[in-house]
Design a protein around this ligand. Structure first.
Ligand code: PXP
Length: 239
């Protein structure tokens, strides 16, 4: 199973101060050097975190399997056709949402979705659709011409703990349905140290995409080393 690290929230931190630090490009480099199997970046219509230049720089400077998350719009398809990432994950996008809130509408798809999939596929990109873990959504993704699905793990990972077993059963059945349809199967949203293990145990899932928890945990795991370094700087400056 590949771990694709979503570096969007490094850009969120950078944008909070309007400068260039911390750089999502440097984060992508460090993730790859640390054993990650790929990098995910979501270029949203409102550019709230990742910007065009970040994606272009990662493509140019960081050898990785790049998973470009995008809405099915003419602007993003044209961008991806030039970018040629290894993979695109098509997600629904609403301007007001804090993060991707649900799976893509694949049962009554927007008219442009099939064209977006066809154009990205023609550009040599592996196209995945971010869907609710439901067999009918998997079958619809197949009909639309996608090569992969990314199962939305939000209801499992962020829902009530007592509902977790049921939600995991949905994900398991959906992963098996994806395999039966001949689709590659990925998963993501809300995964953490605690919620990843049962998902990682599913053999049908080839990749997980993890962002918010991973970047947040890195803050905590990194704090001791950074505090020690600052204390060392202060001590050295005071002679
Ligand atoms: N997969 C998709 C399609 C997403 O939109 C997101 C959130 O940006 C993720 C995975 C990662 O979710 P999280 O940041 O909660 O790990």
């Amino acid at each position: 199973m590949r771990l694709s690290v979503n570096v969007d929230h490094v850009a969120t931190l950078r944008n909070a101060r309007g400068g260039t630090f911390p750089s999502p490009v440097e984060a992508a480099r460090l993730c790859m050097a640390s054993g990650a199997d790929g990098i995910t970046m979501h270029l949203r219509e409102d550019r709230r975190h990742i910007r065009d230049a970040d994606v272009l720089a990662v493509r140019a400077e960081v050898p990785c399997r790049l998973n470009f998350e995008m809405a099915a719009t003419e602007e993003m398809v044209a961008f991806a056709e030039k970018l040629r990432p290894e993979a695109c994950c098509i997600v629904p996008e609403k301007r007001q949402e804090l993060t991707t809130e649900g799976g893509l509408e694949v049962l009554n798809p927007a008219p442009f979705l099939a064209e977006a999939i066809a154009r990205l596929t023609a550009a040599g990109v592996e196209v995945s659709l971010f869907v609710e873990p439901e067999p009918e959504a998997i079958r619809a993704a197949k009909r639309l011409g996608a090569q992969a699905v990314e199962l939305h793990t939000g209801s499992y990972a962020e829902g009530a703990p007592e509902r977790r077993a049921d939600q995991l059963a949905r994900i398991t059945a959906a992963a098996q349905a994806a395999k039966a349809e001949g689709l590659l199967c990925h998963a993501g949203h809300g995964l953490s140290f605690e919620t990843l293990p049962p998902v990682a145990a599913l053999p049908e899932i080839a990749e997980v995409s993890i962002g918010h928890f991973l970047i947040s945990a890195s803050v905590f795991e990194g704090l001791p080393a950074v505090i020690a370094r600052f204390k060392g700087i202060i001590a050295a400056a005071r002679g």
